[in-house]
Ligand binder design. Structure first.
Ligand SMILES: [Zn+2]
Length: 144
């Protein structure tokens, strides 16, 4: 049975391994089988060589904040208890050209700054009034 929106669909093939890895405490992304460049989003052609075959690999979970946006109004009603929050593009340490979209946690919004160091933190995502939860990769400041 699928989790109810806005929980992510952990069975959707392109990102199933991302959520399976998160449940194990591993940050998983795809890597090009031909040139070994990291590729994100899964299933898109490699930006380095254009190849389309990829495999999933585990990365360190360290990165830097490339950019972010602050959500202050709960356009989705389930977000009411978490606004304001920051959604950021996290540039991975292994290849800063590869950026994941995630929520930045454990940091006052006014303290966010470009290139701040971030570490993945796997946390259960749950919403008021919705059954179930999904472990997702969020990012917090650190290491110092
Ligand atoms: Zn490639």
């Amino acid at each position: 049975m699928h989790a109810a929106f806005p929980l992510p669909d952990v069975d959707w093939p392109p990102t199933r391994e991302l959520f399976a890895g998160a449940a194990r405490g591993e940050l998983r992304v795809t890597r090009c089988n031909l040139c070994a460049s990291l590729v994100w989003y899964p299933g898109t052609p490699c930006r380095t060589c254009g190849a389309e075959r990829q495999e999933w690999v585990t990365v360190s979970g360290r990165g830097t904040l490339f950019s972010w946006s602050v959500v202050r109004f709960p356009w989705i009603p389930q977000f009411a208890s978490i606004v304001p929050f920051a959604t950021g593009l996290v540039a991975l340490e292994e290849d800063p050209r590869v950026r994941l979209v995630s929520r930045i946690v454990d940091c006052p919004i006014e303290s966010l700054h470009a290139d701040m160091r971030l570490t993945v933190d796997f946390r259960p995502l749950r919403f008021d009034g919705l059954a179930g939860e999904v472990v997702v990769p969020l990012f917090r400041p650190g290491p110092k």
